[in-house]
Design a protein around this ligand. Structure first.
Ligand code: G4P
Length: 529
C-alpha cells in the first residue's frame, strides 16, 4: 500500500533539545536514539567527555572545553513516526547558531537538571523558542539524585520563564528515596527499583497507585506526602489545554532520569502524541502548506569540514513542503539558477547515508561548493522567500592576521568559508584590505574556534588582536559623514561582505553622541536599498 504525501508528513516530528550544559542533553538524545534501534550509534552522538569520539578534528577543541559547539541532525523511526532531532550548541557564545537551528524545528524539548533548576542558558534558549511560538515540552532530569522540590521547580519554570507549567507526571520522593513516577492520566506508577539504579533493566515494573503492593513499596510517609502534592496539583495547578500547548503558552512537564532511561519511554510516547507535525510556514507568496506538492526548503546551517574523512562543505536544509527525490532539480532563489540535488545526505551523527527521498519536516545535507548561504531557499519554482533569519549583532571585534605571508591564499579561503558558515562576521578595514580583516563575533569563544579551525583545517597560524569596539552599525554611503567617522578616535569605518559601509563604535553612548553631534543615521543591520 502506498503512503500519501500527507501521511508521510503527518508522521514527522522535528524538534530540538535545549538545555544548559551538563543537564543531560547528550544522555537523553542517546536514550531517544535507543528507541529507534540506533543502539550502535547512540554512544557516538557526542561521546562522553573522557572517551569522546570526535566527529572532526576541530571538535577536539569542543572536547577540551567540554562543551557542545556544533549542531547536527539525527533521524530515527519509532512506532510509525519519523523523528528528527536537531542538536543545538549549549554554550551561549553560539546562540546565533542555535537560533538558526531552532528556525528548522517544529517544537522544542527543554531539559532541566532537577538540582539546578532553570539555568542561565536555558533561559536564553527558551526565549528564542518563545519568539518563534513553538510548543515547548519540559523534561526534569536527574530525579535519581537529590534535587529541588518538584513544586519549587514548577514554580521556577513559571516565574523565571513566564510560561505556565502542567505536570504530566509526578515524582514520588527524590534522590536516595526516589520511588518512581506517577502518571496523572492513568494513575500508574512506574517504579524506580534498586535494580534499575544499578542498570538492571529486567527489574522494571509498573502498577496502579491503588495496588496494595505498590503502596507498600512506596511506604506510608512518602505516600502521604505524594498524595498531598497531587491534591494540591489537582486543585491549584494549571489545567491541561492542548491548544495552549500548541501555541507555546503551556509547557507539559515530565520528570525522569535520562541516565537510567527512567521516565524516558513515557515521555517519548506523550511527546509523540502531543508534539506538532510540520506546520505551514509564511512566505512572500502566502502560507506554504507542508503537504503542497512543490518541494521547498531553506538553508539553516552551513558547515565546512564536518568530518576529517570528508573534507567538504555541507548545507543543512529544512524541507518545508513537498517531497525531495534524489537527483531532483531545484531553483536557488538568490541566484535564480538551477541546481541539481544529486547526493543529498541524511546526517546521523558522523555517519552519512545517501538519501533517495525525504519529506517536509526532514533535514537533508547537500554538498555545497560555496554557492549557498544561510537563509537561501531551494524550491521547484523560483521566487519564494521566507522571513529573513534574525541578525545577531557581533559584540567582540578583533583584527586577524597571518603569521606567514606564504599562507595568504589558504587564509583568505578559510576566512571566506567560515564567514559563509555564519561562524564569524568579516569586515574589511578600508586601509588594509583582505590580508588583515576585522572579525566580529557574538561570544569570545568563537575567536578560539576561529583560531583553532584556521590552524586545523586550513593549516594557517593567525594572530588575533582584540579591538576596543563593542558595536557595529551600518551607515549610508555619504562621503562627508564617512570622512567624519574615519577621523574620529571613537570609530572605525569598515566594509561588510557585500561592500556596505559600516562603522565600529566603542560603546552605545559614543555612538549616540556621534549620531547627534554630526546628524549621522546609524542602522543596526545592513541597509537594503
Ligand atoms: P549535556 O550534553 O547536557 O552537557 O550533558 P550530558 O548528557 O553529557 O550529561 C552531563 C552529566 O550528567 C554526565 O555525567 C551524565 O552522566 C549525567 N547525567 C545525565 N542524566 C543523568 C541522570 O538522569 N541522573 C544522573 N545522576 N546523572 C545524569 P558526567 O559525570 O559529566 O559524565 P560521565 O562521566 O558520567 O559520562
Amino acid at each position: 500500500m502506498s503512503i500519501s504525501l500527507e501521511e508521510h508528513i503527518s508522521s514527522r516530528k522535528t524538534f530540538a533539545i535545549i538545555s544548559h550544559p551538563d543537564a543531560g542533553k547528550t544522555t537523553l538524545t542517546e536514550k531517544l536514539l535507543l528507541f529507534g534501534g540506533a543502539i550502535h550509534l547512540a554512544g557516538n552522538v557526542k561521546a562522553r567527555k573522557t572517551q569522546r569520539y570526535a566527529t572532526s578534528d576541530w571538535m577536539e577543541l569542543e572536547r577540551q572545553r567540554g562543551i557542545s559547539i556544533t549542531s547536527s541532525a539525527m533521524q530515527f523511526n519509532y512506532q510509525g513516526f519519523v523523528i528528527n532531532i536537531l542538536d543545538t550548541p549549549g554554550h551561549q557564545d553560539f546562540s546565533e547558531d542555535t537560533y538558526r537551528t531552532l528556525t528548522a524545528a517544529d517544537s522544542a524539548v527543554m531539559l532541566i537538571d532537577a538540582a539546578k533548576g532553570v539555568e542561565v542558558q536555558t533561559i536564553k534558549l527558551f526565549e528564542v523558542c518563545k519568539r518563534r511560538g513553538i510548543p515547548i515540552f519540559t523534561f526534569v532530569n536527574k530525579m535519581d539524585r537529590e534535587g529541588k522540590h518538584p513544586i519549587d521547580l514548577m514554580d521556577e519554570v513559571e516565574k523565571v520563564l513566564g510560561i505556565e507549567a502542567y505536570a504530566m507526571n509526578w515524582p514520588i520522593g527524590d534522590g536516595a528515596d526516589f520511588k518512581g513516577i506517577y502518571d496523572r492520566e492513568t494513575g500508574n506508577v512506574e517504579c524506580f527499583t534498586d535494580g534499575l539504579r544499578k542498570g538492571n533493566d529486567d527489574t522494571r515494573r509498573t502498577g496502579h497507585v491503588d495496588d496494595p503492593e505498590i503502596r507498600e513499596w512506596i511506604g506510608e510517609d512518602l505516600l502521604n506526602r505524594f498524595q498531598e502534592e497531587i491534591e494540591l496539583l489537582d486543585m491549584a495547578g494549571n489545567v491541561f489545554d492542548k491548544e495552549r500547548v500548541d501555541r507555546g503558552e503551556v509547557t507539559p512537564v515530565f520528570f525522569g532520569s535520562a541516565l537510567n532511561n527512567f521516565g524516558v519511554p513515557n515521555f517519548l510516547d506523550s511527546f509523540l502524541e502531543l508534539a506538532p507535525a510540520p506546520a505551514p510556514r509564511q512566505s512572500n507568496m502566502g502560507t506554504l502548506e507542508p503537504a503542497s506538492p512543490q518541494f521547498v526548503g531553506f538553508v539553516f546551517k552551513i558547515q565546512a569540514n564536518m568530518n576529517a574523512m570528508h573534507r567538504d562543505r555541507i548545507a543543512f536544509i529544512r524541507i518545508c513542503s513537498g517531497r525531495y527525490e534524489r537527483g531532483m532539480n531545484v531553483i536557488h532563489n538568490r541566484t535564480h539558477r538551477k541546481m541539481r540535488l544529486a547526493q543529498p545526505q541524511q546526517l546521523f551523527a558522523q555517519e552519512r547515508t545517501i538519501l533517495d527521498e525525504a519529506y517536509a519536516g526532514d533535514i537533508i545535507g547537500v554538498h555545497d561548493s560555496g554557492v549557498l548561504r544561510i537563509g537561501d531557499v531551494l524550491a521547484e519554482k523560483d521566487g519564494i522567500e521566507f522571513e529573513a533569519m534574525p541578525f545577531f549583532s557581533p559584540e567582540n571585534f578583533a583584527r586577524v592576521s597571518i603569521a606567514n605571508a606564504l599562507k595568504r591564499k589558504q587564509f583568505i579561503k578559510g576566512i571566506q568559508e567560515l564567514q559563509e558558515e555564519g561562524a564569524i562576521h568579516v569586515f574589511r578595514d578600508l586601509n588594509i584590505g583582505v590580508e588583515a580583516p576585522v572579525v566580529g563575533v557574538v561570544g569570545q569563544l568563537q575567536f578560539e574556534v576561529l583560531e583553532y579551525r584556521l590552524r586545523d583545517e586550513y593549516g594557517v597560524e593567525v594572530q588575533i588582536n582584540s579591538l576596543p569596539y563593542e558595536i557595529v552599525q551600518w551607515i549610508p554611503k555619504d562621503e562627508e559623514k564617512i570622512r567624519i567617522l574615519k577621523e574620529s578616535s571613537m570609530s572605525m569605518v569598515v566594509l561588510d561582505q557585500d561592500e556596505n559601509y559600516a562603522v565600529l563604535l566603542l560603546d552605545k553612548w559614543k555612538a549616540n553622541w556621534l549620531s547627534e553631534r554630526y546628524g549621522i543615521d546609524f542602522y543596526p543591520q545592513p541597509i537594503r536599498e
